[in-house]
Design a protein around this ligand. Structure first.
Ligand code: GTP
Ligand code: MG
Length: 285
């Protein structure tokens, strides 16, 4: 099977007619330097998307957990360097695997992204890597698009894995590949469990939570597609998640992260969190 079918296309591989492919330009909000030029409120809304909900919050609810991880601008800048390729710091797709005996052997800390099919895993990874235009991550409207575990290497710092989704059309992929990976991968330091902000936590997400708890994995919830959701719909979903984390989890980080891969909201914050949990960023504050 060619790379084209793995869901990942590595542009640095020889191409028959490379001049026919427009080089993907770095989208400006992808870069913290560009975001920091925005007016104050707008900048806060992109970097800390929860702050954009402040005017809608019910004062009786304790929302403190949603702002636990709060890096400084300097931390955000340093994290961004990790996601920016250079001659001495390659960011690249390395391989795909369908079985544990095919996964790359590495001692580097690793993070992985799981969630229902179509929740936005590949889109989020594409947004995280948007400063590395040579790394192409395929996304699709059709659920069940990512069929393999796709490994990306970020210099000598860490590896990141995009996973097939669970739910619609993909239960076997998940059970056969992802579960054994989650149970056996020794260098896995954090699992990101994505939940669709538009529909809120679904039964399949609750099963994934149970699985993470059963395996004793340190994991984090990420609420996706927030650009599509009105605060009046998003906030009840966040309350549901908050209650789920508080009452039914032991290994989940208390703060759910909010992201829009289209507007890059929350992407800079997530880069910092990944840099932090992989041991590559000591917070300055
Ligand atoms: N509006 C909006 N749409 C998004 C966002 N993220 C992803 N999508 C859309 O959701 C659909 C699925 O995105 P993918 O990133 O391929 O989802 P996935 O979780 O990787 O799906 P599988 O590989 O099938 O498991 C695509 O049509 C994306 O454009 C977002 O932040 N906002
Ligand atoms: Mg995918």
């Amino acid at each position: 099977m060619s790379l084209r079918h793995t869901g990942v296309l590595l542009r640095s591989q020889p191409l028959a007619h490379p001049w026919l492919l427009p080089r993907r330009s770095v989208h400006s909000p992808a870069s913290f330097r560009q975001v920091s030029l925005l007016p104050d409120r707008k900048r806060r809304g992109v970097v800390f998307p929860f702050s954009a909900l402040e005017g809608h919050l019910d004062r009786r609810v304790d929302w403190e957990d949603f702002q636990l991880f709060h890096p400084s601008e300097e931390d955000l800048r340093r994290a961004e360097e990790l996601f920016t390729p250079s001659a001495r710091h390659d960011i690249l797709y390395t391989s795909s695997a369908v079985r544990m005996d095919h996964v790359p052997v590495t001692q580097q800390p690793e993070v992985c992204f799981i969630g229902r099919s179509n929740v936005g895993k590949s889109s989020l990874i594409r947004a995280l890597f948007s400063l590395a235009p040579d790394v192409e991550v395929r996304v699709s409207k059709t659920p069940g698009h990512t069929k393999k575990m796709n490994f990306f290497q970020v210099g000598g710092a860490f590896t990141l894995v995009d996973m097939p989704g669970y739910g619609h059309k993909a239960p076997r992929d998940f059970v056969d590949m992802v579960e054994p990976y989650l149970q056996a991968r020794k260098n896995l330091v954090r699992t990101f469990l994505l939940v669709d902000g538009f529909v809120g936590p679904q039964k399949a997400d609750l099963i994934a939570v149970e699985m993470c708890e059963e395996f004793g994995l340190p994991y984090v919830m990420v609420v996706t597609k927030i650009d599509k959701v009105r605060p009046g719909v998003l906030l009840p979903h966040l309350l549901q998640l908050q209650s789920l984390i508080k009452t039914q989890t032991k290994y989940c980080f208390a703060q759910p992260f909010l992201v829009s891969s289209i507007h890059f909201s929350g992407v800079h914050l997530l880069r910092s969190f990944i840099a932090h949990v992989t041991g590559n960023l000591q917070l300055s504050s």
